[in-house]
Design a protein. Structure first.
Length: 258
């Protein structure tokens, strides 16, 4: 089963030789002014290794479409430019329609980031969650004996009331994916924007979690409602619809590692 909550450790790596591995240089478009690999850069790397993993296996044909419901990023030692990132991806728990996929990022200069994503298999015909193919289930099971993964939200704190600190989060055309949704990595732009005022949080070991509840669509107006309290940053992505009723589409939290 999945870890019980926000403070739990991620599953350990499987034996050598299992999982999918690749590497590439830290990209200059993914770093901040201190040369630190940003959260949105990490999120893009997770998307890219996921695509490469599918392409390198029969899953690219049998199970080609997946969406992420939650991403966990544990920064033990920040990754900086210039350096080269080595990534290892494997399944840490699973069910018949979704799986937790771990990716470990390490570098020759000592950078270390551990991640996990809750990925849902989507039917290309209906756009709805669907059963993972038998071949994919067999492949995923090679690195885990946890076969009864269930979804449970970690970030359940109620959204605060409207505040003068609320920020408009403009959507750009380049942020929108083929589903007409805000791309997973683009949400992290907002987190990076708010972390500018909390440099100590990003400088020390920390955990960042984002849970995508309902997609943000192109053209919607997004407000960032946030709280920085006790060294912990929590962000709610709020969309106000035509009825005037605000809804929380996504929640994120960044906190020092325990």
């Amino acid at each position: 089963m999945e870890p019980a909550g926000f403070d739990d450790e991620l599953a350990p790596e499987p034996p050598p030789g299992e999982g999918f591995e690749t590497s590439w240089p830290v990209r200059t478009g993914d770093i901040d002014p201190s040369n630190r690999l940003r959260f949105d850069g990490v999120a893009r790397y997770l998307q890219d290794i996921g695509t490469d993993n599918l392409d390198a296996t029969p899953l690219g044909k049998t199970d080609p479409m997946w969406i992420v419901r939650r991403t966990v990023i544990d920064v033990f030692e920040p990754i900086h430019f210039p350096d080269r990132v080595h990534m290892r991806r494997w399944c840490s728990s699973m069910s018949t329609r979704w799986s937790n996929m771990r990716v470990a990022l390490t570098t020759p200069k000592g950078g270390r980031v551990e991640t996990e994503g809750f990925w849902i298999n989507i039917s290309k015909d209906t756009g709805m969650p669907t059963r993972i193919s038998d071949g994919a289930l067999e492949m995923l099971a090679r690195t885990t004996d946890q076969h009864r993964l269930r979804w449970r939200a970690w970030l359940t704190e109620p959204v605060p009331a409207e505040s003068p600190t609320d920020l408009h989060f403009p959507l750009r055309a380049t942020d929108i994916d083929p589903f007409n949704h805000l791309n997973n990595a683009a949400y992290w732009h907002a987190i990076e924007e708010l972390l500018v005022d909390a440099p100590a949080l990003a400088a020390a070991p920390h955990r960042a979690v984002i849970e995508y509840l309902t997609p943000v669509l192109a053209g919607e107006r997004v407000t960032l409602r946030h709280r920085y309290d006790g060294g912990v940053l929590t962000v709610w992505f709020v969309v106000t619809g035509a009825s005037g009723e605000p809804t929380v589409r996504t929640v994120a939290k960044v906190a020092p590692k325990a």
